[in-house]
Design a protein around this ligand. Sequence first.
Ligand SMILES: C[S@@+](CC[C@H](N)C(=O)[O-])C[C@H]1O[C@@H](n2cnc3c(N)ncnc32)[C@H](O)[C@@H]1O
Length: 210
Amino acid sequence: MSSNPWSLVPAAEYESHMGPQGADQLAPLSAILGKALATLRPARLLVLGVATGNGLEHVNPAVTSRVVGVDVNLQYLGLCRQRQMRLGSRLELYCAEAEKVLLDAGAFDLCYAGLFFEHADPARLAGRIASWLVPGGALLTVLQLPGAGGAAAVPSRHASIQAVAERMHLVAPAALVKELGKAKLALRRAYELPVAHGRRFHVALFQKPK
Ligand SMILES: C[S@@+](CC[C@H](N)C(=O)[O-])C[C@H]1O[C@@H](n2cnc3c(N)ncnc32)[C@H](O)[C@@H]1O
């Protein structure tokens, strides 16, 4: 079993925290992925920290023929599989740490990391992600910006969520640009998105050289 505290957060608590009764961030995260899928039309998609598959409802199997999701929480992956049965063998799910998972080089057109680098060090992943992308491939990131008073996470009533929130590290957009730049992933565009509870997301698209 993974020693990552995320592997112990029950799906019901995760979704209650992230859903409309909690931080209310599932809907904007899904919309961000949906918009990227519609504009970039990747044939092969990699999702780091795929959780229960939020956003995969936007995958059009006629466009995207392979979706690989990686997460340390096996329960999330079970739910993701159940909810995306329509994708059949197009969907591959790996219960693993992104820092260790074995994926083929040059196998993906788009990698999505939504609220992921708060929990996994970009310095350890930049080179791996760059290697997994095809030349010209893209990385879409969503970072949580600090709340009022610099708070990292929206408070939760669930002890399991509090445990991961305590280990969460907000990543400054400029620091992410620097780390990804070391792996030759260049910033193409970025914007900020206001979300519930006065919070903001930083959404950015990076590209591997062609
Ligand atoms: C905040 S959630 C991601 C939100 C997701 N994009 C969504 O829309 O629901 C972070 C996810 O990353 C997973 N995770 C955390 N550290 C990880 C790691 N090192 N490798 C793979 N998955 C990890 C957690 O289990 C969790 O599902």
